[in-house]
Design a protein around this ligand. Structure first.
Ligand SMILES: Nc1nc2c(c(=O)[nH]1)N[C@H]1C(S)=C(S)[C@@H](COP(=O)(O)O)O[C@H]1N2
Ligand SMILES: [Mo]
Length: 442
């Protein structure tokens, strides 16, 4: 199996069973069964895998019917309801990936329950995370003095900083690319702007000493590769020194004043706002200060875009691709929710957020006539650099009927969101086309 998860190829346990239970049984556990009698034959390794998933030996396994999703997985708050999350749309469950409907992203500070989930590998088992024993190792060719910090030492030795920082998956919006790009079919909700608290990566690096040869900081986390191979990491990306040393780049241990949620990287993660969130390593155990561009898992091939525009469908060689850095200007309409009905007569408050990678947003415009005319929204300044900005505008509708509300943000350099899907690329990154919601005026 490819390490990249794809809804088409790996729809997850529930979807697979819904589609064809006998085939799902065979694909997931290697259990062959007679479609008529449902008599199942579970081999030794399948039995072991199922026992591991269910948390214990299956006592009457010889009597277990085939083509049946184990009840514990079907009914438990299991894969489809990560505790502490609310209202997310799950794209797949092995590993878990889930996005947030736009209307649930209305808060200025994204609550933990509404922050999306993106996993490249198998997250560390929650019960195995021992915060008291958690350590972060700092080393690498360009690190003067390799050191290991306990979490407690990190928290006690360095000043704490709190920032609201946007994290957005580089593949957010992927579902709109045509021809389709493989990978999670995110619509608009793989983004959020919680308030993060942690210590500055810069302060910690300074304590270890960084040589002049330093080029990049790579991260390693406690999650495991989908193949189960302990020598491979699920993902190991990072930051060039310039971004690593910014004030806002944090080793974060808290979100919205509480411990990080387990699935979002508890007890320690990197947060570098404005860049594809794949640079913000979760469950952080080790950082390497490299004398070259880091070469960890998913540094090449993934999270890269063509160096020049290509015809849709074109596959390029890696040397014609560049690593994604700052994300492009973008906005989200969080009110009204798509599909809502609005009473004609009153003006409707349309509102949302806008962000622009390393830059600030200068203007937001809203259209109800498919981009023919635009009304400028009121736009707040960001509370700090790299936070999203609230915008709102009152819109009146000329008559009853169906409308699409479009929003278009412009960054501080004058670059606007496009109205149509931009720059096709084989992995479906960086779709910052205008967000659209449909409403009825009655
Ligand atoms: N260790 C680790 N860190 C990781 C990932 C991962 O799979 N493992 N996924 C990355 C990607 S691609 C994204 S978009 C963000 C998602 O963060 P979230 O799950 O907290 O929303 O984490 C990044 N950090
Ligand atoms: Mo991502």
């Amino acid at each position: 199996m490819k390490s990249r998860s794809s809804t088409a190829k790996d729809p997850g346990l529930h979807a697979a069973y819904a589609k064809d239970p006998i085939a799902a049984d065979e694909a997931i556990w290697g259990r062959k069964s007679d479609p008529v009698t449902r008599r199942g034959f579970l081999g030794k390794s399948g039995l072991a895998a199922m026992a591991a998933a269910l948390g214990g030996p299956i006592v009457f396994s010889d009597k277990m019917p085939g083509g049946l999703i184990p009840a514990a997985l079907a009914q438990a708050p299991g894969p489809f309801a990560i505790p502490g999350k609310d209202g997310l749309v799950y794209l797949n469950d092995r590993p878990v990936n889930a996005e947030t409907p736009a209307a649930l992203l209305d808060d200025e500070v994204t609550p933990a329950k509404h922050l999306y989930i993106r996993n490249n590998g198998h997250p560390p088992v929650e019960a195995d995370i021992d915060v008291a024993k958690w350590t972060l190792r700092i080393e690498g060719e360009a690190c003067q003095k390799a050191r290991t910090f306990t979490l407690k030492e990190l928290k006690e030795s360095f000043t704490h900083h709190t920032y609201r920082l946007v994290i957005e998956c580089g593949g957010n919006g992927r579902s709109e690319f045509n021809p389709p790009a493989t990978g999670n079919q995110w619509t608009v909700g793989a983004v959020g702007c919680p308030e993060w608290t942690g210590v500055r990566l810069r302060d910690v690096l300074e304590a270890c000493g960084v040589t002049e040869a330093a080029v990049y900081v790579g991260y390693y986390g406690a999650d495991t590769h989908l193949s189960g191979d302990p020598k491979k990491s699920a993902i190991s990306r990072g930051l060039p020194m310039k971004k690593a040393l910014e004030d806002e780049t944090l080793l974060a241990f808290a979100m919205n004043g509480e411990d990080l949620p387990w699935i979002n990287g508890h007890p320690l993660r990197l947060v570098a706002g404005g860049w594809p969130a794949s640079v913000s390593g979760k469950w952080l155990t080790r950082l390497v200060v490299r004398d070259r561009v880091h070469d960890g898992e998913k540094m090449v091939g993934s999270y890269m875009v063509p160096k020049f525009p290509v015809q849709p469908g074109t596959q390029l060689a890696d040397e014609d691709m560049k690593i994604i850095e700052s994300m492009p200007v973008k906005s989200l309409i969080t009110r009204p929710a798509s599909g809502e009905t609005h009473e004609k007569g009153e003006a409707l408050e349309v509102r949302g957020h806008a962000w622009a990678g390393d830059l600030a947003v200068k203007e937001v415009w809203v259209s109800i006539d498919y981009g023919a005319t635009w009304k400028r929204a009121e736009l707040k300044a960001p509370v700090n650099r790299l936070a999203w900005q609230r915008w709102a505008v009152a819109i009146e509708f000329p008559q009853v009927g169906y409308y699409e509300v479009w929003a278009r943000a412009v960054d501080e350099k004058g670059v606007s969101q496009p109205m149509v899907v931009p720059g096709w690329n084989s992995h479906g990154y960086l779709n910052n086309a205008c967000h659209r919601v449909g409403i009825q005026v009655a």
